[in-house]
Design a protein around this ligand. Sequence first.
Ligand SMILES: Nc1nc2c(c(=O)[nH]1)N[C@H]1C(S)=C(S)[C@@H](COP(=O)(O)O)O[C@H]1N2
Ligand SMILES: [Mo]
Length: 210
Amino acid sequence: MGQPESREHRAIEHSELPPGQRLQRGWPVTHYGPVPKFKPERWEFRVFGATADGEKRCWNHEAFSALPFTTVLADLHCVTKFSMLGAEWGGVAARTVLELAPPAPKVTHVMVWAEYGYSANVRIEDFTDPRTIFATHKGEDLLTAEHGFPLRLVIPHLYAWKGPKWVRGIEYMTADRRGFWEERGYHNIGDPWREQRYSYQEEPGDGPEL
Ligand SMILES: Nc1nc2c(c(=O)[nH]1)N[C@H]1C(S)=C(S)[C@@H](COP(=O)(O)O)O[C@H]1N2
Ligand SMILES: [Mo]
């Protein structure tokens, strides 16, 4: 009678590590370019592009920090094939930002912008996913500078390049446009469960012409 239990156990294990990924112990630092210096008086989080009312929305660091806090348990899958499992992220749900600064109904994609012009494009349904979170904390601790302090996006169901560290704002878009890595050979959608790593794997409809 042990059979159903062990099958379920295998299913859980499988659900944790996407195909082609290996478990990483510890938490490596992976990004392109230098670590930006946080200047609280200059920092703001901007929502722009196709907002519902056509107005931009802007929070300074104090105001953004006062938004409702929530936590999400999520794994981080780097396209270079390591995965970090079971992190607890704390911060502001993407849905909170969507409620406070709603997009126009015709919005199909969101460009997430970070320091130094790093960007990542995601479909609106990836952004509105209830587990998508602008993280300020991992576990009890504030993020460290190299892991994205003061704010990084975590989209648990996509490869980690879709979650910019040092995020500074979002742009609502009415058509898709490629972000930083999506222009440089990475897949426009980036679903780790389908191993959507590289742009040459894209099928018609997965992304704009390269
Ligand atoms: N701003 C910015 N964010 C970024 C990146 C980057 O190059 N710049 N790299 C991404 C990639 S490829 C990964 S795997 C994760 C790594 O996050 P970590 O350094 O906290 O492990 O950050 C993502 N966010
Ligand atoms: Mo990555």
